[in-house]
Design a protein. Structure first.
Length: 458
């Protein structure tokens, strides 16, 4: 009699087995739904029922199968349990493991916490008007609770010099950038006095928090947690990327003074303005390097991904923000001349016209069809539209910037941005020199005008 292969264990089966082991026979699960984002770890929502029939909404976090890091997942579980005991609002860990059939990667299962995490909703929706008035202070207070968490169960977390650690990642990318070299030198030249190590969340920002009308209900995404200077988390909250286009300096919803007021209530300490500024500059450089690192996962061929590819074009936003926060944006940077369109053998519509037509069709005719359903597909569609618009702007801009940048680099005796980066690194040129700032700014602004010109108007 011929043998047949047993059917493959599905993700739903795997989650069901884990929950059955935790809650008993009779636990049932529905079909998992992948949520948006997940550039680093996947997030799935599952509607389950306990054996006694009670709803059991569950969230699965897992590494992408084939790219797991079991030690980091175990550390994330330890952080959730330790901070819960310290009074930090976090989801409850229901189960975790290095792998399981059907899940096929390091994972943790936790209860679903109700709350809003979408930044623009929290920043603009009238339903959150009242909580916005004290949310920045609430952010500081919760960070204070995190930093007061006892460390006795968190020995697996590392503690390294933050500037050294981010420089190691940057060097391995082999993508020299003048703005990063200037940032590294500035950080080493202006380093504040260190503080005793505490638990640092590592990615505490709007988007990784669940908020309702009363305040913060859940702190999520502990995968970057480590031991270090607690002011790092405060500075990270002030990084422009996490304002999501809103003007307020803390998460787009409040002031630095409110943030520090809340932190002082929880800890009895209040970092200085200069200290917070240093960590904001560090956070900006850190996000620049981490963005380029994420993009490399796609660009290097290890993990093909539309999302990761799109991040590569947004690195220039952080380059601009870094030069801005350090006061290194050059004065009188010219707008690059456009290459006039010429007649081609291919006729019309031209390449840029085709891109505009396809982009508008996707955005206006296809996107609305997916409205209300297919959340993941709508998210990917937005990325496609943005990438198409970027490609169109690049074609439209032409190569007029090359001569402008070449002249600025030539005045410094450099043939390329990479050479300028090397000279900044070695100290052969001063990163605050007017000519250096001008060359860095010309290159960064050229990239930004193509990738996301709206960033200049925020």
């Amino acid at each position: 009699m011929a043998m047949t292969d047993a059917p493959a264990t599905t993700l739903a089966d795997g989650i069901g087995s884990v929950l059955t082991a935790a809650y008993g026979t009779g636990t049932t699960v529905g079909e998992p739904r992948q949520l948006t984002g997940g550039a680093s770890r996947q997030v799935w929502l599952v509607d389950a029922e306990s054996p006694d029939g009670h709803p059991l909404p569950v969230v699965l976090r897992r590494d992408p199968p084939g790219h797991g890091d079991a030690a980091r997942m175990r550390a994330e579980v330890a952080c959730l349990r330790a901070t819960a005991s310290a009074g930090v609002p976090v989801p409850t860990v229901l189960a975790s493991g290095d792998t399981a059939p059907g899940i096929d990667a390091p994972y943790l299962l936790m209860n679903k916490v109700e709350g809003e995490s979408f930044p623009r909703t929290l920043q603009r929706d009238p339903a959150f008007a009242e909580v916005r008035g004290h949310l920045a202070e609430n952010l500081g207070y919760v960070l204070g609770l995190i930093h007061r968490t006892p460390l006795d169960s968190l020995g697996m977390l590392d503690a390294t010099d933050p500037v050294d650690a981010i420089e190691v990642i940057y060097r391995r990318l082999n993508d020299p950038r003048p703005a990063v070299e200037a940032g590294l030198r500035w950080l080493r030249d202006h380093r504040p006095t260190d503080r005793p190590h505490a638990l640092v969340h590592g990615d505490f920002r709007i988007g990784n928090l669940l908020v309702d009308g009363t305040g913060i209900r859940g702190v999520l995404d502990w995968e970057l947690a480590h031991l270090g200077n607690p002011v790092e988390d405060l500075g990270w909250l002030c990084v422009r990327a996490w304002r999501f286009g809103a003007p307020a300096p803390v998460a787009g919803i409040g002031t630095r003074e409110q943030l520090l007021d809340g932190y002082g209530k929880a800890t009895g300490t209040r970092p200085s303005v200069a200290e917070l500024h240093w960590w904001e500059a560090f956070g900006t450089l850190r996000w620049l390097v981490l963005s380029r690192f994420q993009a490399e996962r796609h660009l290097g061929g290890a993990e093909p991904s539309l999302e990761l590819a799109a991040i590569g074009r947004r690195v220039c936003e952080s380059e601009y923000d870094l030069l801005d926060v350090l006061g290194l944006l050059g004065d009188s940077v010219p707008t690059p001349p456009r290459t006039p369109p010429g007649t081609t053998v291919h006729g019309r519509p031209s390449v840029t016209e085709i891109l505009d037509l396809v982009t508008d069709t996707l955005a206006t005719d296809i996107g609305p069809v997916l409205e209300g359903t297919h959340e993941r597909q709508r998210y990917l569609l937005r990325i496609c539209v943005n990438l198409l618009r970027t490609a169109g702007r690049e074609l439209d801009a032409g190569n007029g910037i090359d001569s402008v940048l070449g002249d600025a680099l030539g005045a410094l005796g450099c043939a390329s941005e990479a050479e300028l980066a090397t000279r900044i690194r070695t100290g052969a040129v001063d990163y605050s020199d007017d000519g250096v700032c001008r060359a860095m700014s010309i290159a960064v602004l050229a990239r930004l005008r193509v990738a996301n010109p709206r960033h200049l108007n925020r």
